[in-house]
Design a binder for this molecule. Structure first.
Ligand code: RB5
Length: 144
């Protein structure tokens, strides 16, 4: 069975979103847009991704915008989401292992496409280590 992963981008990340989909055909992509480089608002795509994860349709998502920052900030407003901006594969491995990140955020204006591919591959193949990291992850959400 193919692994189902969500992917979404604003106009600043559209080209990398398409390149990632093409690069990893073994993955069943749930493409949540955008569909071209016309200007859109990155929070809309972050919230849509968060809703799909909260609803159980997917466990993991990839978000791309110009920097990866805005779209990750918006996604992280949802308590169930741990979105990590990664600029190299080490960050991708460690954010899975230590933070149990369920969303990877990438910046098309920040990293090269080969680096983006390496990050995606590493993020999707790395496991959460649990143990002491589980205790820390459980402390991330604050209760009002
Ligand atoms: C869009 O121009 C740009 O602001 C967006 O892609 C992202 O970089 C925001 O953090």
């Amino acid at each position: 069975m193919k692994l189902k992963i969500g992917i979404a981008a604003d106009h600043g990340g559209y080209r990398y979103k398409q390149a990632i989909i093409d690069k990893f055909p073994q993955i069943e992509w749930l493409d949540l847009g955008t569909e071209n480089t016309e200007s859109v608002d990155y929070p809309d795509f972050a919230h849509e991704m968060a809703q799909r994860i909260r609803g159980g349709e997917i466990k993991t998502g990839i978000l791309v915008c110009g920097t990866g920052i805005g779209i990750s900030i918006a996604a992280n407003r949802h308590p169930e989401i741990r979105a990590a901006v990664c600029t190299n594969a080490t960050m991708a491995r460690l954010t899975r292992a230590h933070n149990n990140a369920n969303v990877l955020a990438l910046g098309e204006r920040i990293i090269g496409i080969e680096t983006a591919f390496d990050i995606v591959e590493t993020f999707l193949s790395s496991e959460f280590e649990g143990g002491r990291h589980e205790r820390r992850v459980n402390k991330i959400n604050i209760t009002p």
